[in-house]
Write a protein that binds this ligand. Structure first.
Ligand code: ZN
Length: 311
């Protein structure tokens, strides 16, 4: 299936970046003893686990439909998206309570320069990774890969914030404001936790609503109408247009009302032509059109005209 290669590439890049990030942050945490870096490490660990799950999910989501799952496995992508959101919310909540404790009993951090420079490296890895993953998400149209890109960008901002906090901490320390400097770390951890919760809730919420058979996005809806309109002279009316999504896959169904006395062969031809046109313009979609005979109540009949004939 198209897009599969891009999805695998994005997942491999994400996996490698996460392994590097987890290593850098583990060493930094050991050397610097910072709550903010601990939070950052937690996020990367989740990222690493998610990218492993993602790798297997892609394998599953690209599997063809079978006897047990007649509509394929597309929804596993939305499940992945939701899981990533939920786990991040969990980490943020755990870390914010840690940060609150830290604000009242701040621990002095060691080697802030190490904290600062590793954070800057992390920012570069995250934004570089996010750039590539977003590119692959766009090419494959995969919501799970897009969610992974959001995660990477978010992580980049977090590491950036932590780097700034180290600078602020060092500046305060240089001015002899040690008590204040000690609060910079837990305060950053708290701000980061709150900053993570909001987009993670959004991610989780969106994926759950997509699992409840959300319609296709507006661009595809317009495309369906455009393709139906191209065949407007071949049917009396169309109704009951329904669409739903499962990961990258889209399912479209509707009825077209045709003049009652056209041949079975012609009816079949009209349906297949519309299906082909829609499938040719919307990637990964399955179209199901039902034929119904006109009971002489279409806009043509009402005006005393004959239903539209094809020849
Ligand atoms: Zn009619």
């Amino acid at each position: 299936m198209r897009g599969e290669t891009q999805m695998y590439r994005a997942t491999i890049v994400s996996l490698v970046c996460n392994v590097v990030l987890v290593s850098i942050k583990s060493v930094a945490l050991f050397m610097v003893n910072s709550l903010a870096i601990a939070m950052d490490l937690g996020i990367s660990l989740v990222g690493l686990i998610v990218s492993i799950i993602l790798y297997y999910s892609i394998k599953l989501s690209t599997q063809p439909a079978d006897l047990v799952h007649n509509y394929g496995y597309g929804k596993v992508e939305n499940v992945c998206e939701g899981m990533e959101g939920v786990v991040l919310i969990g980490i943020a909540l755990a870390m914010s309570s840690q940060a609150l404790v830290g604000l009242f009993h701040p621990n002095p951090i060691k080697l802030p320069w190490v904290g600062f420079s590793t954070s800057v490296v992390n920012v570069l890895i995250n934004f570089g990774g996010a750039f590539y993953i977003f590119k692959m998400a766009k090419r494959s149209g995969s919501p799970a890969i897009y969610a992974e890109g959001v995660h990477f960008k978010l992580e980049g901002f977090i590491s950036g914030m932590i780097a700034i906090a180290f600078i602020v901490g060092m500046a305060l320390h240089a001015k002899g404001l040690d008590a204040l400097a000690r609060h910079a770390d837990p305060l950053t951890a708290l701000i980061v936790s709150i900053a993570v919760i909001i987009p993670s809730c959004k991610l989780a919420k969106n994926s759950f609503f997509k699992l409840l058979d959300a319609t296709v996005e507006e661009d595809s809806q317009m495309e369906i109408l455009k393709q139906i309109a191209r065949h407007i002279d071949k049917f009396c009316d169309f109704r009951e247009l329904k669409t739903r999504t499962a990961g990258r896959k889209k399912f479209i169904e509707f009825k077209i009302i045709v003049p009652e006395d056209i041949s079975f062969r012609m009816g079949h031809e009209i349906v297949s032509n519309i299906e082909k046109d829609i499938q040719g313009n919307i990637p990964y979609c399955e179209v199901n059109i039902k034929l119904e005979p006109c009971d002489k109540d279409c806009k043509f009949s009402r005006k005393g005209q004959r239903c539209p004939y094809l020849f």
